[in-house]
Ligand binder design. Structure first.
Ligand SMILES: NC(=O)c1ccc[n+]([C@@H]2O[C@H](COP(=O)([O-])OP(=O)(O)OC[C@H]3O[C@@H](n4cnc5c(N)ncnc54)[C@H](O)[C@@H]3O)[C@@H](O)[C@H]2O)c1
Length: 251
C-alpha cells in the first residue's frame, strides 16, 4: 500500500523541531507540497530548503492573525490546504504545580491549546474550499497516563484530545480530525523540559522501563503515524487519538 500525497498541500506547525521536521519530510517523501511553519524562522527555512516543494512561514501559533495568515499563505502559494498538522507545543519546566508561575501556565495554554483552536478555526474552512481534508493534532500519551511534575502540560494535551474528538463529530464527513499521543522522544522537547539538551541517563532508564518496546519514540515513529492518519486510505478514521507509545499506556 503506497501512501501518496501527490498534488496535496500540507501545513505543519512547529516544523523546525523534532516531530515537525520529520513530519514535513515524511509528507514531502510522499509527494506533498509542504508549508513549513515555525516561530523559529531560520529553522523553518532550513527544513524547507531540504524539501523538493516547500515554503517556510514564520508563525507564532498563539497569534490569531499569524495563524490566519499562515493558512492564507499556503493557499496563495500552492492553491489550497489539504492537511493541517497542529504540532507546535512546548512543555513547562518539570516541577510541582504549586511552584509554577501563573505566567508559565498562561503560556502553556496559549502555545498548546489556543494554538490548536486557531489552527482548526482557520484550516477547516480552507480544507472545505478544497472539498474536504484532514487535521492531525499532536497531543501526548501524558494526557492519558500523567506523571507528576508535568501536570499542567499534561492537562493541555488532554484538552487537545477532547478538542480533536469533539471537532471530529462537528466537521464530519468532509473533514477528518485525528491526533497522535506520542511517548517521550529525544527532541528539543527534552531541553524545554529539563533545561539540558540530552535526556539524563537515569531519567531515560526510568522512562524506558515503563515502555514495553524498550526505547523512547523516534521522530520518525510519530511522523509515520501522522502521515497515516492523514492519508486517503485512512478515510474512515476520525476522532482517533493514536497512541504512539511503544505500549506504555497499557501498563
Ligand atoms: N518529544 C516528546 O517527548 C513529546 C511527547 C509527546 C508530545 N510531544 C509534542 O510534540 C510536539 C512537537 O514537539 P517536539 O518533540 O518536536 O519538540 P521540539 O522542541 O523539537 O519542537 C517544537 C517546535 O515548536 C516550535 N514552537 C514553540 N513555540 C512556538 C510558537 N509559539 N509558535 C510556533 N512554533 C513554536 C519550536 O520552535 C520548535 O521548533 C509538541 O506539541 C509536544 O508537546 C512531544
Amino acid at each position: 500500500m503506497e501512501l501518496s500525497f501527490e498534488n496535496k498541500v500540507v501545513v505543519v506547525t512547529g516544523a523546525a523541531g523534532g516531530f515537525g521536521s520529520a513530519t514535513a519530510r515524511a509528507f514531502a517523501d510522499a509527494g506533498a507540497h509542504v508549508v513549513v511553519s515555525d516561530i523559529d524562522s531560520a529553522g523553518a527555512q532550513e527544513v524547507a530548503a531540504g524539501l523538493p516543494s516547500a515554503i517556510a512561514v514564520t508563525t507564532d501559533v498563539t497569534d490569531a492573525d499569524a495563524v490566519r495568515g499562515l493558512v492564507e499563505t499556503a493557499e496563495s502559494a500552492f492553491g489550497g490546504v489539504d492537511v493541517m498538522v497542529n504540532n507546535a507545543g512546548v512543555p513547562h519546566r518539570a516541577g510541582a504545580l504549586v511552584d509554577l508561575d501563573v505566567e508559565a501556565v498562561d503560556r502553556q495554554l496559549a502555545v498548546n491549546v489556543r494554538s490548536v483552536f486557531l489552527g482548526c478555526k482557520y484550516a477547516v474552512p480552507a480544507l472545505r474550499r478544497r472539498g474536504g481534508g484532514v487535521v492531525v493534532n499532536v497531543a501526548s500519551i501524558a494526557a492519558k497516563r500523567p506523571r507528576p511534575g508535568l501536570t499542567v502540560y499534561n492537562a493541555t494535551k488532554g484538552a487537545v484530545i477532547t478538542l480533536t474528538r469533539g471537532l471530529a463529530v462537528e466537521v464530519a464527513p468532509d473533514v477528518r480530525v485525528n491526533a497522535v499521543n506520542p511517548v517521550i522522544a529525544e527532541t528539543g522537547f527534552v531541553k524545554s523540559l529539563t533545561g539540558s539538551a540530552a535526556l539524563p541517563d537515569d531519567l531515560r532508564a526510568d522512562w524506558v522501563a515503563g515502555i514495553p518496546m524498550a526505547r523512547t519514540a523516534s521522530a520518525r515513529d510519530v511522523a509515520t503515524a501522522i502521515v497515516f492518519l492523514a492519508c486517503d486510505q485512512a478515510g474512515f478514521l476520525t476522532g482517533v487519538c493514536l497512541d504512539v507509545d511503544g505500549g506504555r499506556s497499557i501498563q
